[in-house]
Design a protein around this ligand. Structure first.
Ligand code: NAD
Ligand code: TYD
Length: 337
């Protein structure tokens, strides 16, 4: 395997993954296909953008002609599909684009890849397809799919399509389902970067409902390592849960961030709860640990401190996200405008 098509590689996890993969596999070439929605930020990739092994193509996974052209022209061996609408709150405000990108886009990619005869197709999915847990238990790969938000429903729809291609066409599919990621380059609309940004600016920190909802956090680079392992050594047709076994109540994370930034808890503002707010996510990652020997490298305490340090050192990146200046990066970089 040498030539990879990474979709959605200008987003948070995709950009971390591309940088990581080019470091780990020096003989690999990567094509990054990304339409650059509000979540796509090409400046994330500035350290590798001139690398001869890397090509950026602005376009959509919904464009069958374009995807087919890329597969043939770049002799793609494997696809890792990160491209998605990924924010639950946005999916509540407008579900349509989630169906269009996450379901229809994945379907288009699958069809192009099947026709072309791809060697491997890895669908980057989420633990949210399993729905919500009560106080006990963890999601395993056998937990029933039971999504509760338009986001998770659209990701579940994509997973079902990927499964059907494996079953019907013996298509070489793999699915990973990871818990909540944190780390550098996460757009400041998700919990951790938003709270860091607001705390640093002495703005209120909006905590939904009681703040007692629980998420299971993993460093983005531990997720990337797991995807790399599944891509190379996972069993075709397999589903792999990925998680850091690191559960936190939202309110406790918010307090921890305030403590690390030396800011007062009076900045916390409890706001109206998210409709259909899943109570708890918790991943059982025994399968990937046992079968592929994966284990996370980061402990949360160091990972969170490092992430806060990164956001502090990346004031321009954060400022450009807020002002929208990051949207000009493509024209500057690729068209000299
Ligand atoms: P993100 O929102 O930061 O990035 C998504 C990227 O996809 C953006 O660069 C965007 O421009 C691109 N994109 C959107 N529509 C596209 C289209 N039609 N064609 C091509 N590109 C398109 O998302 P993320 O947090 O990096 O998540 C990446 C993937 O991982 C998603 O599939 C998500 O469901 C999954 N995931 C995320 C998390 C998490 O905690 N962030 C956890 C588990 C799984
Ligand atoms: P988020 O980062 O949006 O990820 P997800 O909803 O996919 O798990 O949210 C993480 C948790 O934080 C979730 O329980 C909702 C909560 N939350 C807040 O309390 N306030 C906020 O401003 C945001 C963005 C999230």
């Amino acid at each position: 395997m040498k030539n990879l098509l990474i979709t959605g590689g200008a987003g948070f996890i995709g950009s971390n993954y591309i940088i990581d993969m080019l470091k780990k596999h020096t003989n690999y070439s990567i094509v990054n296909l990304d339409i650059l929605t509000y979540a796509g930020n090409l400046s994330n990739l500035s350290e590798i953008e001139k690398d001869s092994r890397y090509t950026f193509i602005k376009g959509s996974i919904n464009n069958l002609e374009l995807v087919s052209y890329i597969l043939h022209d770049y002799k793609i061996d494997a696809i890792v599909n990160f491209a998605a609408e990924s924010h639950v709150d946005r999916s509540i405000l407008g579900p349509d684009i989630f169906v269009e990108t996450n379901v229809k886009g994945t379907s288009t990619l699958l069809e192009a890849a099947r026709e072309y005869g791809i060697e491997k197709f890895l669908q980057v999915s989420t633990d949210e397809v399993y729905g919500s847990l009560g106080d006990d238990g963890k999601f395993t790969e056998n937990t029933h799919i039971s999504p509760n938000s338009p986001y998770s429903a659209s990701k579940a729809g994509a997973d079902m399509l990927v499964r059907s291609y494996y079953k019907t066409f013996k298509f070489p599919a793999l699915i990973t389902r990871c818990s909540n990621n944190y780390g550098p380059y996460q757009f400041p609309e998700k919990l951790i970067p938003l709270m860091i940004k607001n705390a640093r600016e002495d703005k209120p920190l909006p905590v939904y409902g009681t703040g007692k909802n629980i998420r299971d956090w993993i460093h983005v680079l531990d997720h990337c390592t797991a995807i790399d392992l599944v891509l190379h050594n996972g069993e075709i047709g397999g589903i792999y849960n990925i998680g850091g076994e690191n559960e936190w109540r939202n309110i406790d994370i918010v307090k921890e961030i305030l403590k690390l930034l030396d800011k007062p808890e009076s900045l916390i503002k409890f706001v109206t709860d998210r409709p259909g707010h899943d109570f708890r996510y918790a991943i059982d990652p025994s399968k990937i640990k046992k079968e592929l020997g994966w284990k996370p490298k980061y402990n949360f305490s160091d990972g969170l401190k490092e992430t806060i340090k990164w956001y502090k050192a990346s004031q321009k990146w954060v400022g450009d996200c807020t002002s929208g200046a990051y949207k000009n990066y493509y024209d500057k970089m690729y068209h000299g405008r």
